[in-house]
Design a binder for this molecule. Structure first.
Ligand code: SAH
Length: 345
């Protein structure tokens, strides 16, 4: 059964034409699904009755069903969604002072097996469709927060660039003025370093930003933490990052989850500096969110930041540190894992 939310605007127009209807109705359905976020045919009151009757066959429109939500004291909300095939994914809503950021999943599980990441440990089930990616935004908007959604980060479960076509289709729907109308400039795709995907994305003509999960500045260490590095080592990663940087004219963000004694030694900080000076970049230090006992999070946060700052202050590299949000509800980076959640339920 075709699922309307997996259609682009152009595909909905073509569908209408194939039914002998005017393509204009395809645009109305598009706006209904993604701009107004309607859940049923009855709410599509702008369509002629005969078309509404026909569309009943396509119900339910929603591809995701919220089945559990948790809120942290800092206002972060993590919601577990069930998909039509019974799998589950998580999405996180993070309120800032004036606006909110939503963190989206792109796959059920993840094939990359990064050793420090909870999603990586649950294995890979399947890619999300474009509709399933977009529906995370539609569903959260329906929950009506007082703060407006402004930024989207593709940093939830999965590797976005291994689900390339659906990712790009979702970005186009999310940014369309008659879709979810979120500016591409406020979207960040985060990758573990899928080099061919980064190259392709550089030529896609989107205005999105790119973040690269670096986590280690040498191939030796990165091979251990992120097995994908064996396929796309740091030299190749840098070339692709430079390509994207030139096409977007923005700094590339490098995410660096701190693993005390592993990637934060003086030697590692020096190696990191030598790597990053080659590209206009931002270094985002992230406290490691513990998923098991293998890695322990940093305790003396100020002193570690100082140690990085001393090495980076003379360079033209922006150094930031991310506050960990929603840690109490395992909603922070690397803690999303629908499998175990579903079992607990
Ligand atoms: N696959 C993509 C997006 C999902 S991971 C990527 O790798 O970028 C999103 C971010 O969470 C990455 O920067 C990753 O390095 C980080 N991360 C994973 N596990 C973590 C953990 N336990 N603590 C802190 N950050 C983690």
């Amino acid at each position: 059964m075709p699922r309307l939310k997996d259609y682009s605007r152009e595909e909905l127009e073509a569908l209408m034409e194939s039914w002998g209807e005017r393509p204009f109705h395809g645009r109305q359905i598009f706006a209904g699904l993604f701009k107004r976020g309607v859940g049923s045919v009855e709410e599509m009151t702008d369509l002629p009755l005969r078309l509404r009757e026909k569309l009943c066959e396509f119900e339910p429109f929603d591809l995701l069903k919220p089945i559990a939500s948790q809120s942290a004291p800092d206002g972060t909300i993590k919601t577990l969604f069930e998909l039509q095939d019974g799998s589950a994914i998580e999405s996180v809503w993070i309120p800032e002072e004036t606006h909110a950021v939503q963190c989206l999943s792109t796959q059920v599980g993840c094939p990359l097996e990064c050793t420090f990441c909870a999603t990586g440990q649950m294995g890979f089930k399947r890619n999300l469709s474009s509709g399933e990616i977009v529906d995370q935004v539609v569903q959260f908007r329906r929950m009506k927060s007082s703060i407006a959604l402004r930024n989207l980060v593709f940093m939830g479960m999965g590797e976005p660039l291994l689900n390339y076509d659906n990712l790009v289709k979702a970005i186009r729907i999310l940014s369309a003025a008659d879709g979810a109308a979120i500016s591409q400039r406020r979207m960040t795709v985060s990758t573990a370093g899928i080099v061919p995907g980064m190259r392709r994305l550089a030529g896609e003509g989107l205005k999105i930003k790119l973040a690269i999960s670096l986590n280690a500045p040498t191939d030796e260490l990165r091979d251990q933490l992120m097995p994908i590095n064996k396929k796309y080592p740091l030299a190749d990663l840098m070339k692709a990052a430079l390509e994207f940087q030139k096409s977007s004219n923005h700094r590339i963000t490098f995410e660096y989850a701190l693993m005390p004694g592993v990637n934060d030694t003086t030697l590692m900080i020096q190696a990191l500096r030598n790597f990053l000076v080659r590209i206009p970049s931002k270094l985002n230090l992230i406290p490691l969110n513990p998923i098991d006992i293998k890695f322990q999070p940093e305790t003396n946060w100020d002193s570690i930041f100082d140690r990085f700052y001393r090495v980076f202050e003379k360079e033209r590299i922006v150094l930031t540190m991310r506050r960990s949000r929603g840690q109490e509800i395992k909603a922070a980076c690397g803690q999303l894992a629908s499998g175990s959640e579903t079992q607990h339920r």
